[in-house]
Write a protein that binds this ligand. Structure first.
Ligand code: ADP
Ligand code: MG
Length: 881
């Protein structure tokens, strides 16, 4: 090892502290990677792996990427789950002696990226910190690109829900079981940083580095140790990656998760609030329908509103009233659109400003955005609105900021800082003069020539240029004798017939001309830095404006959607009755068109209509209907208008949605186990004020188990919790509950039979469905004709027994899989089927006997009935034997 070259020694010293990152080691115009890093990076980045002599016997594996295009390579490594430590030359190689000093200037990790291509402009990029002690957790998270910073304290049991809400890009933690966290992180597409516990110490008093003492005192952190240490971890980690105390981070929003509607992870996923279950894309989600925002800031805020609906009636009402004004004022809406469209992402521009990553072009973008502010204020001020108007008072014109950029930065500046073309000539006298010089170098020289001629009276005096002496004044020997040379002429060279001189002035001009270009660049750079720091001093004001713009954008978007999609303003009521007239599913109607969507009513309360049991065939529209109800309730809590003709919505503390045995969500566990765990969570956490949607719960186990569970779950909710509940089920038996228990109502989705076919009417009506229409649906799904025919034959045999259809059709499915050619005659399979068939048949016979109205029968009827029963009994007897 001691034979290592000095540079390699330096490499190893640095690498020692960044073992968990890929080290980008700056060598000239390249970032080089060595050893294991090189092997990994060459594979991930698909670049050539070479070798470098490092003093050891074997050459060091090496690969490299050009400095100027490094950001795309960094992005690719981050996307593949690596962190990158960027090691720069920290002294000027041209003036340093020996080995250039190098140091890591920044570590890039998923939660701390600044690279635009790694950021979703309408989504925050959060780094989240979790600190646990006893059963309490402190959580804090920050988006360093925007400065959004939040913290709270929660019970350990709410951790999953909170992470699902925030959807952080990276999670750091202390004292939390990593396996549990890993599962949550995987589901939310977050990177779990397992080497993060070391950041949770307060050796450096990190809070005081980022915030003033006074501010920290207002946070009362000593009474909230969990939050305090979660913040310490977060800030230490940020410092360790950014290596600078920058501050687009100015305040921490401390919130109480109880101030928002609680929505657990599965409900979020099921309701497809911000992404779809299957493709995980925004398209097809509720957010996608609602998002007509014009700015990235508005897009992010809208997402936040959807992720955390309010439960405070006044706050909801405030939003609704604003949206109403926008909805009703077409021209205000359109005019605002026009202005907002041209506003750049001011929040992220502020982030770049704070982290000194902003370029001159981006300052122009900031200026252009600020330019729109007076127009927006004017629009609001002159509008016929009552509430929107008030927003004007919150908006700072930022005129000084606009002026500063406008006066200093040229309209189409370069994207880089050191190549000039940044500062307006009119902004700085020196720059002006230097630019003149480079443009008019020749003219300036001939001006001097003229001046010297008239001073000396020598008409043939001329100024020349050579590489050795630069500019010089040349006077012939003849003239020298005749005229006196000024005393500031410095003799430089004697020729046979002439003398050459220089002057101070000429030297200065010469130097200026020759160096002007370089000088301009340096000067422009330093003026840019000055402008940048003056802007940075005002960052809070700019951020504040960005927040208001985002707010206006979201209100405008929701107003536009309410108008275009024909939504109504919900009544937020204090009563417990939830009543929706002609409600629609916001996403489904968006796909198929409002005119094709069949609207439905809903009425739920906490007395006689607590639980709605919904039956109806597959594909009838049960799931759509129940989701529509929860989405309408949720939209109302966001403060949005809702897809309905009329809606009375009481404040709901929690919404739960569960889908029976859904494979999408199972993470290794049995689907039924997952289903039951989720149901257990609901039964433990739902209150009287919750809204619960249960979709085919009990599907994942055998019929009798499933039915029994479904039954007792409904009973429990009705008696013990008393919350509004919709329960879709294929167990028609559950409809019997309506008569047995107060609070339960039956509904079904209407279908119309037409010969062998059925038509889905999509209309929810009172009463229970009496048929499953499974075979009809199978026919619609274009199962082979033979299968449908045979199924109908079997069905005929089974008629009268709901249960059997289920079980038997399941058997049919199994045998179709196990046998190449499906045949019901196959001995083994047939006998299997008939055993269960027999059990069911016995039950039917029993039921039939019990249901006989013996007193009302004629003797002939009785004989016939007995005869039929005996025949059926015979059938079973044969099979069992
Ligand atoms: P179920 O849960 O009863 O099996 P779904 O709710 O999944 O049925 O609905 C099946 C399909 O029917 C949906 O994909 C949707 O396109 C359509 N649908 C459901 N409800 C309606 C409605 N009210 N109007 C129009 N189409 C509907
Ligand atoms: Mg369904």
């Amino acid at each position: 090892m001691n034979k290592l070259t000095p540079m390699m020694k330096q490499y190893f010293q640095i690498k020692e502290n960044y073992k968990d990152s890929i080290l980008f080691f700056r060598l000239g115009d390249f970032y080089e990677m060595f050893f294991e890093d090189a092997i990994v990076a060459s594979r991930v980045l698909e670049i050539a792996l070479t070798g470098k002599n490092c003093g050891l016997e074997e050459r060091a594996p090496m690969c490299g990427v050009p400095f100027h295009s490094s950001s795309s390579y960094i992005s690719k490594l981050i996307e593949n789950g690596y962190k990158v430590a960027i090691c720069e030359q920290v002294e000027d190689p041209s003036v340093s002696k020996g080995l250039v000093k190098r140091d890591v200037v920044r570590v890039v990790s998923p939660g701390t990226v600044m690279e635009e291509n790694l950021l979703d402009n309408k989504k925050n990029n959060y780094l989240l910190s979790v600190y646990k002690e006893d059963n309490t957790i402190g959580i804090s998270y920050v988006d360093i690109t925007t400065g959004d910073f939040y913290a709270t304290r929660i019970e350990e049991s709410n951790l999953i829900e909170e992470i699902a809400k925030v959807q952080p890009k990276e999670v750091i933690y202390f004292n939390v079981e990593s396996e549990q966290l890993q599962t949550i992180c995987t589901l939310n597409n977050s990177y779990l940083n397992n080497d993060s516990s070391m950041y949770y110490n307060d050796d450096d008093n990190i809070l005081e580095k980022y915030f003033s003492k006074d501010y920290i005192n207002t946070l009362n952190l000593n009474e909230n140790i969990h939050m305090k240490f979660s913040l310490i971890g977060l800030l230490n980690y940020i410092f360790s990656t950014q290596k600078q105390i920058s501050s687009n981070i100015s305040t921490i929003s401390i919130y109480n998760s109880n101030d928002f509607m609680s929505i657990d992870m599965f409900t979020r996923l099921n309701l497809e609030l911000t992404r779809t279950l299957r493709s995980k894309q925004k398209k097809g989600s509720l957010l996608h329908v609602l998002d007509r925002t014009n700015t990235a800031m508005g897009g992010r805020l809208l997402r936040k509103w959807i992720e955390q609906p309010l439960i405070n009636k006044e706050k909801i009402q405030e939003r609704l009233d604003l949206i109403e004004e926008i909805k009703d004022d077409f021209s205000l809406r359109e005019d605002l659109n026009e202005e907002l469209k041209n506003i750049y992402d001011i929040e992220r521009l502020c982030g770049k400003l704070a982290f000194e990553k902003i370029n001159p072009k981006e300052l122009i973008n900031l200026k252009e955005s600020i330019k729109k502010i007076p127009g927006i204020k004017e629009l609001l001020r002159e509008s016929n609105t009552k509430h929107m108007k008030k927003l004007v008072n919150d908006i700072d014109d930022l005129i000084d900021i606009y002026k500063l950029i406008d006066e200093s930065i040229i309209e189409e500046p370069s994207l880089t800082l050191k190549d000039g073309n940044i500062i307006k000539s009119s902004y700085d006298e020196d720059i002006n003069r230097l630019r003149d010089l480079t443009k008019n170098g020749a003219a300036v020289i001939s001006e001097i020539e003229d001046k010297e001629r008239s001073k000396t009276g020598i008409k043939s005096l001329k100024i020349g240029f050579n590489k050795v002496f630069g500019y010089y004044i040349e006077i012939t020997k003849a003239n020298l004798k005749q005229f006196e040379t000024p005393n500031y002429y410095i003799r430089k060279q004697t020729l046979s017939n002439a003398e050459r001189f220089i002057t101070e002035e000429l030297k200065t001009i010469e130097e200026q001309i020759l160096n002007a270009k370089e000088k301009i660049k340096d000067l422009e750079y330093s003026i840019f830095i000055q402008v940048r720091s003056r802007l940075y001093e005002n960052i809070n004001r700019i951020q504040q404006v960005a927040k208001t713009i985002a707010f206006i954008d979201v209100i405008n978007s929701l107003g536009k959607v309410a108008y275009q999609n024909n939504y109504c303003k919900p009544n937020i009521t204090d009563k417990d009755k939830l009543c929706i007239v002609n409600g629609r599913h916001p996403v489904v109607e968006n796909i198929i068109g409002e005119e094709n969507f069949v609207p439905n009513d809903t009425e739920l309360n906490t007395s006689d209509s607590k639980i709605g049991i919904i039956t109806g065939p597959n594909m009838a529209g049960k799931s759509t209907y129940m989701r529509q109800v929860s989405l309408i309730a949720l939209l109302a809590h966001i403060g949005s208008f809702v897809p309905a003709q009329r809606a009375d919505i009481p404040i709901v503390d929690r919404i739960f949605t569960r889908v029976g045995a859904s494979d999408d969500l199972s993470q290794g566990q049995s689907t039924f186990m997952v289903e039951m765990t989720e149901v257990s969570h609901i039964l433990k956490n739902a209150t009287k004020n919750s809204l619960v949607i249960l979709d085919e719960i009990g599907r994942g186990t055998s019929t009798f188990d499933g039915l029994s569970l479904a039954w007792s779950i409904v009973e429990y909710i009705n008696e013990k919790i008393g919350c509004k509940t919709l329960f879709a089920t294929h167990y028609h038996e559950l409809t019997e509950l309506e008569e047995k228990l107060f609070g339960i109502k039956n509904y079904c989705v209407a279908v119309k039979e037409q010969g062998e076919d059925i038509i889905f009417l999509r209309k929810i009506i009172k009463g229970g469905a009496d048929q499953s229409y499974g075979i009809h649906v199978a026919k619609l799904a274009e199962l082979p004709e033979a299968v449908i025919k045979r199924a109908n034959e079997i069905l005929e045999q089974l008629e009268g027994c709901e249960e059997k259809k289920e079980d038997f059709s399941m058997k049919v499915k199994e045998s179709a899989v196990t046998n190449e050619e499906y045949s019901i005659d196959n001995k083994k399979d047939a006998s299997n089927e008939q055993i269960s068939f027999g059990i069911l048949e016995k039950e039917t016979i029993l039921k039939e006997i019990l249901s006989l109205n013996i007193v009302g029968m004629t003797p002939i009827d009785a004989m016939n009935a007995l005869y039929n029963l005996q025949n059926k009994a015979k059938l079973i007897g044969d099979d069992v034997n």
